[in-house]
Each structure stands twice: as structure tokens, then as C-alpha cells.
Write a protein that binds this ligand. Structure first.
Ligand code: SAM
Ligand code: SF4
Length: 471
């Protein structure tokens, strides 16, 4: 394997000596969809940089445009087809421009993508990123289009060091694929079967990130709680990371209720640096719909997990995903979803309308709701969650929270954005003036991303908390 890679690399470098224009190796990459895709883009950039390809943020100065795509809902795919239509003008201006589609859509829609607008040169599925440099070389040198979409049972990109963008937080992808086969979901078909990295290699990556100054790591997987290497499960991995990097925050995403064990909750409760936050998609409040979705839990079992979590961690952030208008969902079943949301009182929720996906089991069921019902049921859920989020946030007014500052606020250059341990976004002023105890002099303190500050919450809306650092 290593020999083949070395040979490929030598061949690749030789070929490049013949290329004329410099920007032929500049790669402009756009990422769509979930965190796994953003994490995969970091892997792709690492693979490419080993072969002398450089990332550019200037699309006009790129010889290669890559779109890392998502297939989860139809809307995500429509966005890519629209983007391809936009990209036609770049290809027209520069016929040598290489356009590649990576990720889930590449896996699912190979032919359609090649035929659409006739501008796509490369189609690379999520388990084939190691082939990207060779396929790029080939299309640049010969004009031949390339497709690589084999799914793997072993590929985890374990040996690749992702190219991270500057920032306070970093992702570590700990497992790939999904074996759950929820009846509505394309992920098991586009990302293949579950496979996990070795615990030691993940812990090593966490330590390296900590040494580089990262303040928070997020362990990533489509179904992260089913992580398993030869002798360790997900709680073992979480514990090992918490002990290896005690001074940085650790999060994980996404959980499936079936795999969220009591052992995991106890591990979370035992370590201060494991964030008290769980994103636990419920999807529906009806057991009949959950069964049709092949979700493998009942509402009662789901609520038991939440109760155990709250017992062990009285201050915990909870969020969820819901799908409304799944085929055959009745008005009562829609109400059941609203009732569970009222009972649990999530901090936030990602709410979707069911999107039929070809080849999934649910695709055989009729998606026959009229548009108006779809719109109204989704709005019911959004509006209810907005009220709950506001209520949850209002209860935080006057309280002090430790906030890890992440970045500049999008709305004001004078403010910074950070997150509580429970994942609530908080806006704080960058500069705080105060009067010193000794001599009663005026002083000020300037905060920056990466600082962990204690903040008194003084204002909220349904999405965000606002506060002042306590000095
Ligand atoms: N693995 C996670 C889990 O099981 O909860 C979620 C991963 S999925 C990419 C993110 C969310 O997209 C799901 O929780 C679900 O709510 C939503 N989703 C997936 N397929 C969908 C579909 N066909 N229509 C609407 N929403 C969908
Ligand atoms: Fe899709 Fe279900 Fe797997 Fe989540 S657990 S990625 S929803 S199949």
C-alpha cells in the first residue's frame, strides 16, 4: 500500500513539472451538509497538499473547483445542481478548469452528475479520497473524466492528519459510516458500513491538537456512540480523551438513542472537561412512526435516557432533530411530537419535513401530504421550539456561565461569540472596563477567541444569550 502511494506520488510530481500554468494546482473547495463533510474536507486538503495541490479561497484563481456534497434531503441536492449551473461560466472562461463532486451525492448520483451541465470532470465518493490526486493528475494531463465511488469496510483515513483551519475548536472523526438503516436515510448507502479508528490514534490526535493550542475537540461520527475498536467502546474513548487532555473541552456528535448507554452518561458526569451536552435526535413522538422509521427505540425508552441524563447531570444542554410528515403521520401523531417536545424542553431543535430518498425503505411509502399540511406541521414544531428555547434561555438570566470564546460576533466587531459547556451561543463585549480595587483606577480588559471566561448572562432571545465577563 505504502509502496503504491510512494510510486504514485513520484509519478504525480514528475507530471506536474510539465504543467504550464501555476493556478492549475490551486483548489477551491466548497463544503455542504453536516460536520462529517467539513471534517472530510480537512482530510481531502491533507491528501491534496501531499501532492503539491494548494487550497485557494479565490475561485477566480483556481484550476480546480471541488464541491463536497450532501444527499440527506432533496433540498441539499438541488442546491448543488444550482451551483453547477452557476459554475458553467467559470468553465466557459477557462475550459481547462477541473470541476469535481465529492461526498454523498457523488456516491448516489454518479451518472446524473456527469451529465448535468456537462461540466463535471470528477466524481469521488467518501471512501475514495486517497485516489483524488491521481485522478486529478489524469484529468489535467489527458482530459479523461474520473470516477471513484467504491465504498470500503476498512477506510478510516486514520493515518491522515487533517488540514485544519485556524480556530479554537477542532473535529476528530472517530468512526465512519452507519449500520442503523433508518428507513428514511441515505447515509448507510452513501457512506457505507460502520468502522472505527483505533483508540490510541484518536487520543494521539487529541494530544497533538491540545499541544497546537486547540481549546475544544468534538468527536465525530454519523452514529458516534456505536464507536468500537478491538477492546473499547465509546465511553472508553471519551474517558481516554478526557484524561489525556484534561485542560480542553470535549464534545461529541451525533448520538442515536439506541446506542446511548448508561455507561456513557456516567462517564460524561465523571469528567469536568466533558461538555454536558447531548444532541439526541428523536425524529417523532409516535411509537408507530418510530417503528416505520426503523429507529429501534420507543418514546418511553427515549424519555428514560433523558431522565437518566438529567439525574446524573442536572445542568445539561439537550437538542434534537425531528422529521414531520413522515408517510402516514396522522394529526394525532404530529401532536404527539409536539407533546414530547413540551415535556423534554430541548434547548434547540433541527426540524425537517420528510424528504423521500430513492433506494431507502421509506421510499416505497407514499409521500402524499399536501404542501399546506407540510408547511403548517413544520411551522407548529418550529414555533413551539422557539417558545421553549426562549423560556429555557430566560431561566439563565442573572446566572453565571463559563464561556469558551470562539470567534468575532457576526453582528458587531466589538463583540465576541462563545459557547457554554451546554452548547448555548453567548455574545460578550470584546473589551470590558472596570475600576480596580486598589486606588480606584479605571482599567480595561480585552478578550480574544480561546479565552475561557466567566460570564454573567443579562439578556437573551430564543437563539442566543448575551452577557458580561465577570472580572
Ligand atoms: N445519525 C444521526 C441520527 O441518527 O440521529 C443523524 C444524521 S442525519 C444526516 C441528520 C438528520 O437529518 C436526521 O437526524 C434527520 O432528522 C434528518 N434526515 C435524514 N434523512 C432525512 C429525510 N429523508 N428527510 C428529512 N430529514 C431527514
Ligand atoms: Fe441516518 Fe439513522 Fe444512520 Fe442517523 S442513524 S445516519 S438517521 S441511518
Amino acid at each position: 500500500m505504502v509502496d503504491t502511494l510512494t510510486a504514485n506520488r513520484t509519478r504525480s510530481i514528475k507530471k506536474r513539472e510539465f504543467r504550464k500554468t501555476e493556478n492549475v494546482r490551486n483548489v477551491f473547495i466548497e463544503t455542504y451538509g453536516c460536520q462529517m463533510n467539513f471534517s472530510d474536507t480537512e482530510i481531502v486538503l491533507s491528501v491534496l497538499s501531499d501532492y503539491g495541490y494548494n487550497e485557494t479561497s479565490d475561485i477566480n484563481n483556481s484550476g480546480i473547483i471541488l464541491l463536497n456534497t450532501c444527499s440527506v434531503r432533496e433540498h441539499a441536492e438541488t442546491k448543488i445542481f444550482n451551483r453547477l449551473y452557476d459554475l458553467k461560466k467559470y468553465k466557459k472562461a477557462n475550459p481547462d478548469l477541473v470541476i469535481g463532486i465529492l461526498g454523498c451525492m457523488a456516491e448516489r448520483l454518479r451518472k446524473e452528475l456527469l451529465e448535468n451541465q456537462k461540466i463535471v470532470d470528477l466524481i469521488i465518493g467518501p471512501d475514495e479520497y486517497r485516489k483524488l490526486p491521481d485522478l486529478l493528475d489524469n484529468v489535467i494531463d489527458t482530459g479523461e473524466k474520473g470516477i471513484a465511488v467504491q465504498l470500503s469496510r476498512i477506510e478510516t483515513y486514520d493515518d491522515i492528519t487533517p488540514v485544519r483551519r485556524e480556530g479554537v475548536s477542532a473535529w476528530i472523526s472517530v468512526m465512519r459510516g452507519c449500520d442503523k438503516f433508518c428507513s428514511f436515510c441515505v447515509v448507510p448507502y452513501t457512506r457505507g458500513r460502520e468502522r472505527s479508528r483505533e483508540l490510541e490514534s484518536i487520543v494521539k490526535e487529541a494530544k497533538r491538537l491540545s499541544d497546537e493550542g486547540v481549546k475544544e475537540i468534538c468527536l465525530l461520527g454519523q452514529n458516534v456512540n456505536s464507536y468500537k475498536d478491538d477492546s473499547n467502546d465509546f465511553p472508553d474513548l471519551l474517558k481516554a480523551c478526557a484524561e489525556a487532555v484534561p485542560n480542553i473541552r470535549i464534545r461529541y456528535i451525533t448520538s442515536h438513542p439506541y446506542d446511548l448507554s448508561l455507561k456513557l452518561l456516567e462517564t460524561m458526569a465523571s469528567y469536568e472537561n466533558i461538555c454536558k451536552y447531548i444532541h439526541l435526535p428523536i425524529q417523532s413522538g409516535s411509537n408507530r412512526i418510530l417503528k416505520l422509521m426503523n429507529r429501534l427505540y420507543t418514546v418511553e425508552q427515549y424519555i428514560e435516557i433523558i431522565n437518566n441524563a438529567r439525574k446524573l447531570m442536572p445542568v445539561i444542554g439537550l437538542s434534537t432533530d425531528s422529521i414531520s410528515c413522515f408517510p402516514t403521520e396522522t394529526e394525532e401523531e404530529h401532536e404527539m411530537t409536539l407533546n414530547v417536545m413540551k415535556e423534554i424542553k430541548y434547548d434547540s431543535a433541527f426540524t425537517f419535513t420528510y424528504s423521500p430518498r430513492k433506494n431507502t425503505k421509506a421510499y416505497k411509502l407514499k409521500d402524499d401530504f399536501d404542501k399546506e399540511i407540510k408547511r403548517r406541521r413544520l411551522e407548529d414544531i418550529i414555533e413551539l421550539q422557539r417558545k421553549i428555547s426562549l423560556e429555557v434561555n430566560e431561566n439563565l438570566i442573572g446566572k453565571n456561565k463559563d464561556v469558551l470564546l470562539e470567534s468575532r460576533s457576526k453582528k458587531s466587531i466589538d463583540d465576541l461569540m462563545g459557547r457554554t459547556d451546554c452548547n448555548r451561543p453567548v455574545i460578550v463585549p470584546k473589551k470590558v472596563s472596570y475600576i480596580t480595587g486598589q486606588g480606584q483606577k479605571n482599567a480595561s480588559k480585552i478578550f480574544k477567541p480561546g479565552d475561557l471566561v466567566n460570564v454573567k448572562i443579562n439578556k437573551v432571545n430564543s437563539a442566543t444569550l448575551f452577557g458580561t465577563p465577570v472580572i
